[in-house]
Design a binder for this molecule. Sequence first.
Ligand SMILES: Nc1nc2c(ncn2[C@@H]2O[C@H](COP(=O)(O)OP(=O)(O)OP(=O)(O)O)[C@@H](O)[C@H]2O)c(=O)[nH]1
Ligand SMILES: [Mg+2]
Length: 326
Amino acid sequence: MNKKCVGCGVHLQTENKNKKGYTVSLDKDYCMRCFRWNHYKDFSLGQECIKKEDIISKLNQNSGLTFFFIDFLNLHEEAIRDYEKIKNPKMLVITKLDTIPKSIYLEKIRMWLKDVWQIEKVIFLKKNSNTSQKKIETCISEMRVKTVYFAGITNAGKSTFLNSFFQNAKLTVSEMPNTTLDFLKMKMGDITIYDTPGIPYSQFALDPKFIQKVNLEGEMKPKNYPLKKEASLVIEDKIRISFSIDNNITFFGSNYLQLKKIYEKNLSLLNLNKLELFVKNNSNLYIKGLGFFYIKKASNVNIYGVSQDQISVVSSFLGESEWKYE
Ligand SMILES: Nc1nc2c(ncn2[C@@H]2O[C@H](COP(=O)(O)OP(=O)(O)OP(=O)(O)O)[C@@H](O)[C@H]2O)c(=O)[nH]1
Ligand SMILES: [Mg+2]
């Protein structure tokens, strides 16, 4: 029997408890992992690692329209480069609109995407919103396509959106990466719609408790710090960051994260992995999966506690954009 879990798309099996898709009986609709994630938020079972190349190549093997989801806090270069790899007609969807501070004009983000990345087709969405659903419906009917993929980076809200789009959908959603494990087919009249596994990226932390803390609910409140060159900022006793000149920086991320200023004499976290980098005027320094710093003045930066692949620096949509990408 070739039955799929209605939550994550994996093939159900009853033979091996330790392999994905396990269920006690094939009469069940969900695999054990989805059952435990949904009912108990028990993430100990089966955090799977999905290869981004496999997802992208599967998306490119088939034709159709791809909605590529990236959540507002992850508009970093790695995510945008993955969007660029999609060869079919595509639309960039920036999600978690409810979390974007009201002080940010969406038009600025649109202009930045157009000027810096040459991306013109963009939709902003938030969960449980009729307006958001209408935007997607309009786009599908205007493009006159018969196959539609909801793809994009992991945790951007693809399955959450589809659960409200299809009232009978029972997709598993969670704040953990790679909740959806395989392509899941749904029908809207004669149009076929797929939920797809999220594209993983080099996320800062994978510990479930920390991820739940980082997960955003409601509008985020940017935290502004005038920072003397002798001072450092510490996030959650995990990351330490300092600048070579007096600078003005703003952190965008979960309101629940603790940030504190410390001074030179405080030696905490200096034993962790150190990265030294240079950032230009008006840059966003992303700590992927956590948030980003808006940095006003060009400066050397020392950052402890992260690895190179977990950070990304791009020109910011908040200031005047000064750089271009090829
Ligand atoms: N604040 C906010 N949170 C959202 C929104 N959409 C989704 N989320 C949350 O984001 C997390 C991830 O949602 P999912 O729907 O599982 O994301 P996904 O893109 O399907 O993730 P993968 O299956 O791992 O690729 C969950 O905690 C959701 O509650 C939104 O519009 N606003
Ligand atoms: Mg999903």
